[in-house]
Design a protein. Structure first.
Length: 259
């Protein structure tokens, strides 16, 4: 893997691929080259047979305090339409492996949208989430209005989006935006511990469970159940299904190989 990145740090711990946003002097403000690096590395991890789970966090005091305003302040509508900058963001939705996010400090604007692309989200007690775009005369454009509404419902999402107010980690947990709140000094350690727990599971099961849960967001219950059923049947063509059930019968730990 190419390790010469300008805006992120990339590392591997066992079967965990880690992407760390690395513009700490500007609180990891997100610009287009950073997004390109993030997406390309996550896609490379997704293709790797060695990586089972992907972790995303920020270096320094913040996860990401928003988009790089200097990059957008003088942009025009046609310029942005031709640039089609959110195409790269859309590619994150096609990643098959679980993505776990860990947020400390600010996750605002584009930083919040990036956090919402994660499948599981942990946060430190000091974390603050929000979409301040309305105070800049704009709105979220990388999925913020859609993902937040899916998570917390129309009325509460409307409140946060129209006011631009910040949401504490405690509030984010209450509304189902994040999975758990963790002491700041333990955030990365606990995130990696959880990632390793997930990484021990059958890779094909992880992949198809994630796919089925994401379909549940958009499908009716009946349509989702039909999709789930097909994936259930598909797993019975895998070696891991045979290994998992045989290990259960033999009262031992399974050795999953992703086949």
């Amino acid at each position: 893997m190419n390790n010469e990145f300008r805006f992120i740090d990339v590392s591997v711990q066992g079967s965990i691929g880690i992407v760390a946003l690395n513009r700490p002097k500007v609180l990891n403000a997100i610009n287009r080259p950073m997004v390109s690096e993030i997406v390309s590395v996550i896609e490379e991890f997704d293709r790797s047979n060695e990586i089972k789970v992907i972790v995303l966090w920020g270096n320094g005091r913040a996860f990401a305090a928003g988009a790089d305003i200097d990059e957008m302040a003088e942009a025009g509508a046609i310029e942005l339409e031709l640039l089609n900058q959110f195409t790269e963001w859309d590619r994150l939705a096609w990643v098959k492996k679980p993505i776990i996010g860990a947020v400390q400090g600010f996750a605002l604007g584009g930083g919040f949208e990036l956090a919402l692309c994660c499948d599981i989200l942990f946060a430190a007690h000091d974390a603050e989430f929000g979409f301040p775009e309305i105070s800049l005369g704009v709105m979220p454009g990388a999925g913020g209005t859609q993902r937040l509404t899916k998570l917390m419902g129309k009325s509460k999402a409307m409140e946060w989006l129209l006011t631009g107010d910040r949401m504490s980690a405690k509030e984010a947990l209450h509304y189902g935006v994040i999975n758990r709140v963790i002491a700041k000094e333990l955030l990365q350690e606990e995130t990696l511990k959880f990632a390793n727990k997930i990484a021990k599971q059958a890779p094909l099961s992880l992949r198809l469970i994630k796919e089925s849960v994401l379909k549940a967001v958009d499908y009716s219950v009946y349509e989702g159940m039909q999709f789930e059923r097909k994936n259930f049947y598909l797993l019975f063509a895998s070696k891991d299904q045979k290994e998992g059930m045989r290990a259960f019968q033999e009262k031992r730990r399974p050795n999953f190989e992703g086949e």
